[in-house]
Design a protein around this ligand. Structure first.
Ligand code: NAD
Length: 256
């Protein structure tokens, strides 16, 4: 279905981004991966689906890096057809104790980077009259949780950016939507499980049960593969008029 299209997924060396990249590769899209750490295994994982893929190690808290990544994508594949703004970080602290440097980093990586990739990707998408921008927000783009001020602010901001981008492209073949996962067991969340286990003297399993029980009625993690299938649907012809939604996949979290 996506053969001949090019997708760029930020933060796709791990977790949700890698799951989404793999689902897009399975659907036939060529890929630009981004993110820190090992890129050899993620590249092999997506290339196994018979597509072409490159990795760019941009630190997306830096505008110059983002510009270089977008230029590399264009010079390698001609155009970015599908942009998935996924990279994100978390920091947990109360507002009055929140380190200023961590606030700036969370906003830069989780929100401002999506403004830059979007503004740089849109002209070619408009010219082709086809494009998909998918912002990986969070259930924290819809509701708050204590101790997560920067993350909740960034994710609410990302849902806002999604709506405005969708409105500005509403009469074109470009769509923009957000996906709002609840808990997904990735390295980002395992850190929070570890913190809970050590603070409360719990086993890994008990810490996971407690984490899910506080917020997620299904008591199940959403998986990167499930999120990948939702992204593929948004890229499909059936997704042509899905515009500006913040689609939660959260085990009932935001329904409470
Ligand atoms: P993860 O830690 O497994 O992966 C994050 C990815 O982002 C990695 O590839 C990492 O290298 C990359 N990254 C981090 N900082 C970067 C930077 N400055 N420049 C470039 N790349 C950078 O995290 P994840 O759980 O897969 O999260 C992915 C996205 O999903 C994030 O935006 C997160 O907020 C969101 N999300 C996660 C969950 C969850 O439960 N895991 C829930 C809701 C939303």
């Amino acid at each position: 279905m996506l053969k001949g299209k090019t997708a760029l997924v930020t933060g796709s060396t791990s977790g949700i981004g890698l799951g989404i990249a793999e689902a897009l590769a399975k659907a036939g899209a060529n890929l630009v991966l981004n993110g820190f750490g090992d890129s050899v295994a993620p590249l092999a994982q997506v290339r196994a689906h018979g597509i072409q893929a490159v990795h760019h190690g941009a630190d997306i808290s830096r505008v110059a890096d983002i510009e270089d990544m977008m230029n590399t994508a264009t010079s390698t594949f001609g155009r970015v057809d599908i942009l998935v703004n996924n990279a994100g970080i978390q920091h947990v602290a109360s507002v009055e104790d929140f380190p200023v440097e961590r606030w700036d980093a969370v906003i830069a990586i989780n929100l401002t980077s999506a403004f830059h990739t979007t503004r740089l990707a849109l002209p070619a998408m408009r010219a082709a009259n086809w494009g998909r921008i998918i912002n990986i927000a969070s259930v924290h783009g819809l509701v708050g949780s204590a101790q997560k001020s920067a993350y909740v602010a960034a994710k609410h901001g990302l849902v806002g950016l999604t709506k405005v981008t969708a409105l500005e492209t509403a009469t074109t073949g470009v769509t923009c939507n957000a996906i709002c996962p609840g808990w997904v067991l990735t390295p980002l969340v395992q850190k929070q499980v570890d913190a809970k286990a050590s603070a409360l003297g719990l086993s890994n399993e008990d810490a996971i049960r407690q984490l899910l029980g506080e917020k997620e009625p299904s008591m199940q993690f959403t998986t990167p593969a499930e999120l990948g299938e939702l992204a593929v649907f948004m890229c499909s012809p059936a997704g042509n008029n899905v515009r500006g939604v913040a689609w939660n996949m959260d085990g009932g979290w935001a329904a409470q």
